[in-house]
Design a protein around this ligand. Structure first.
Ligand SMILES: NC(=O)c1ccc[n+]([C@@H]2O[C@H](COP(=O)([O-])OP(=O)(O)OC[C@H]3O[C@@H](n4cnc5c(N)ncnc54)[C@H](O)[C@@H]3O)[C@@H](O)[C@H]2O)c1
Length: 308
């Protein structure tokens, strides 16, 4: 039987996520939104692209959660994006309200699904969703690290003029200004980038990665990035549906790992059919641990504001 993925929110990130999933023929896709007509229109448009792409993914849009029933994965992109001058944290209260609306309806119709949270501020929204749904921590995953590390990889590949396929990169911590890119675990064909670039260049690329979302918001003016974010979601969906056991940086609920308890923070995890099948603990230097603690502290502050 075909797998089923629901994408809640059929705006820029949601519709483009549906696009990547269908184009890769990973699953049938249901797009759902509160706006009448938009998910239906975008869903139908994508369905009509499938003969050209030679893909048998069925795509539909709806405003009725009954159509989302028995989804294997539900991706939550519902919420407002930021505008120039706004931080992700400015979205906190509005998106928390939206999350309350969405999570309850989602789990009513797909009680066995895996939830991938995308709405910002990411780590706090993942924490809210986890608390609301009562799922085990394996089944609630936040998307941020795959995007942040893809941005770092793109900048490294562009600077060194090498194939993006040669570049791996690691980014830990919260999805925000305190994210922690790890140059010593970032490589080009297995060679640490610290051997290939001077520290000033690395610091410049790290800072550009931290500001990666804001750089795009500044250009777009009316919304935030969506091609790379949705491609990142599709990679996570693929790892789960194909049980790939792929190690990816994701926001996960930590219970003592990295010395952090009871908080969603970005760490390397193994993604497979059960969701987060393992949290990988890597050794950090005291400076990296301090940066990760600072990042976790920023998530903790947000979580306290919404009282979860
Ligand atoms: N985690 C990440 O790395 C990352 C990256 C990019 C964007 N985001 C976040 O993803 C979210 C979506 O961004 P976007 O660019 O697609 O925004 P968008 O405005 O294009 O789309 C959001 C959609 O959510 C819908 N929505 C609002 N309330 C809803 C509800 N209660 N139920 C169902 N749908 C509802 C809206 O109608 C809209 O269509 C934002 O919060 C943004 O900050 C996160």
């Amino acid at each position: 039987m075909r797998k089923k993925v629901t994408v809640v929110g059929s705006g820029n990130v949601g519709a483009t996520t549906a696009h990547w999933i269908a184009a890769k023929e990973l699953a049938d896709v249901v797009l759902i939104d509160i706006i009448e007509g938009v998910p239906q229109g975008k869903g139908l448009d994508l369905l009509e692209a499938m003969p050209i792409e030679k893909r048998d993914s069925y795509v539909m849009g709806t405003n009725d959660y009954a159509d989302t029933a028995n989804s294997d994965i539900v991706v939550i992109t519902a919420g407002i994006p930021r505008k120039p001058g706004m931080s992700r944290d400015d979205l906190l209260n509005t998106n928390h309200k939206i999350m309350k609306d969405v999570v309850g309806k989602t789990i009513q119709f797909s009680p066995d699904c895996i939830l991938i949270v995308v709405s910002n501020p990411l780590d706090a929204m993942a924490q809210a969703a986890h608390k609301m749904c009562g799922f085990s921590r394996e089944r609630v995953i936040g998307m941020a690290g795959v995007l942040d590390s893809a941005r770092f990889r793109a900048f490294i590949a562009d600077h060194l003029k090498v194939s993006v396929e040669n570049v791996t990169a690691f980014v830990l911590g919260g999805h925000g200004d305190t994210m922690v890119p790890l140059p010593r675990y970032s490589t080009v064909a297995g060679i640490p980038i610290t051997e290939l670039m001077d520290s000033q260049t690395i610091e410049r690329l790290v800072q550009r990665t931290r500001d990666g979302g804001a750089e795009i918001v500044k250009y777009l003016k009316t919304g935030s990035a969506y091609y790379a974010p949705s491609a990142a979601v599709a990679e996570m969906v693929e790892a789960i549906l194909k049980d790939k056991k792929k190690i990816l940086p994701c926001a996960a609920y930590l219970q003592g790992e990295y010395g952090i308890t009871g908080l969603f923070v970005g760490v390397p995890v193994k993604l497979g059919a059960k969701g987060i099948e393992q949290i990988i603990e890597i050794k950090l230097t005291p400076h990296e641990q301090e940066q990760l603690n600072r990042s976790a502290g920023a998530v903790k502050e947000l979580v306290a504001v919404i009282g979860i």
